[in-house]
Design a binder for this molecule. Structure first.
Ligand code: SF4
Ligand code: SF4
Length: 390
């Protein structure tokens, strides 16, 4: 099989087989759950290299490569630890283009949903405002508002009611601070991350161009994003997909809230004590380098003691929900979450604080399945709680 046209062809041959991508502090989460070498960085590179050299049957090799690629959470722990700095997640994205004729069933289902309704669930695009049921008046005031500050929600916050409390909290805080935020739920498309995770760059580009043009239509200069996946895709992938710098700034919702507090625009009067731990989302942390703002925000909240997980920042454990693995292999996703939950329990906290809706939902589901009493919330919900004005 000729793979010479691949942009990352040479990277297939520089792997040192050292296994730093397999066993490191953050560890390859799917390897630890499945013990299949094929899911690791090393396993995928060797398989692709063997395919390119005709050392394995191409049908069996491509099936194995597909399995390795779609059992990967895209957590980036392998890349962070690769001894020869192979840009592994980029290599995986390219290798996915080789297995388009044998995609996993539920990846195909997600693509069908995106093609039909522009969201991962295939739900009616007109219901994209479902998250805002608690702030109807505010929603009506701010939807399609021409304003310099805007908010992109993404599919998971928009449609999974539980997670929608995060963006709702940000908007309530903005209102308290006498700020305005433009929201454009009805015309948002998915950020395109699932297309990228499934190896369909052209479709992702189409979605990127649509979202950028909507943001420009409203004159937004600062775009708040609270989903870690959307944040990574806007900041890292959109410029590459479109060949242009973004015509607006992207800021995490944590920075937005931190700035409101610093400017004393919101009154934090609730100091009832809680012990919390912050889970670094992979796509915000390892992929995007956003670590400090979460700690600074938590430090500014009265009554809150932040206890770091044993694995934090670039060593953070994956929650198990990335890379479309939750739809294709939910049992693996749950097993990965439970390894993380063991560390959360060790910290003896009341609350696990999140800055990603996918982390929140997978951790919450597994905490509940274990019958634990730890609450799982978005960091914005915690800030709102400190105002005594929920
Ligand atoms: S991205 Fe994460 S799950 Fe995928 S191979 Fe690397 S360490 Fe393993
Ligand atoms: S850490 Fe890098 S060089 Fe070492 S086995 Fe993994 S992919 Fe190969």
């Amino acid at each position: 099989m000729n793979l010479k046209g691949l942009q990352y062809y040479n990277e297939l041959f520089i792997c040192a087989y050292c296994a730093y991508c397999v066993n490191n502090q953050a560890s390859c989460p799917t390897y630890h759950s499945t013990l299949h070498e094929i899911v690791t960085g090393r396993g995928k590179l060797i398989t692709a290299r063997n395919l390119s050299q005709g050392l394995i049957d191409s049908e069996e090799g491509l099936d194995a490569l597909r399995d390795g690629l779609f059992l990967c959470t895209f957590c980036g722990a392998c890349q962070e630890n690769c001894i020869v700095d192979i840009p592994l997640t980029k290599v995986y994205s390219e290798l996915k283009t080789l297995v388009q004729d044998r995609l996993p069933k539920y990846t195909i289902r997600v693509f069908e949903n995106l093609n039909k309704e522009h969201n991962i669930y295939g739900l009616d695009q007109e219901d994209r405002d479902i998250w805002s049921y608690d702030i109807e008046e505010l929603y009506d005031e701010w939807v399609n508002l021409h304003h310099e500050t805007g908010f992109f929600l993404g599919c998971v916050y928009s449609y999974s009611g539980r997670a929608g409390r995060g963006p709702t909290a940000v908007l309530k805080l903005a209102k308290m601070a006498n700020e305005k935020i433009s929201i454009f739920s009805p015309s948002e498309y998915c950020c395109g991350n699932p297309y990228l995770l499934g190896g369909q760059k052209e479709k992702a580009k189409e979605f990127a161009e649509h979202n950028i043009s909507e943001i420009q239509r409203l004159g937004i200069k600062d775009l708040i994003i609270s989903c870690a996946g959307c944040y990574r895709v806007f900041t890292e992938e959109y410029p590459q997909l479109t060949g242009k710098d973004l015509p607006f700034n992207v800021i995490s919702h944590m920075k937005y809230m931190k700035d409101l507090i610093k400017a004393k625009k919101i009154n934090l009067s609730n100091d009832s004590p809680f012990k919390v731990t912050y889970k670094d989302p992979c796509e915000l942390g390892r992929h995007s380098g956003v670590y400090d703002v979460a700690r600074e925000l938590l430090l500014s909240l009265p009554g809150i003691e932040n206890r770091e997980l044993i694995n934090n920042r670039d060593k953070a454990l994956c929650c198990g929900s990335g890379g479309l693995i939750k739809v294709n292999h939910p049992e693996v996703a749950n097993d990965i979450a439970n390894r993380l939950i063991t560390q959360i329990v060790e910290q003896e906290v009341d609350i696990c604080v999140n800055a990603c809706p996918s982390c929140l939902l997978n951790i919450d589901e597994n905490i509940k399945m274990q019958g634990l009493e730890i609450k799982t919330i978005d960091i914005a919900e915690l800030v709102l709680d400190r105002t005594n004005n929920t």
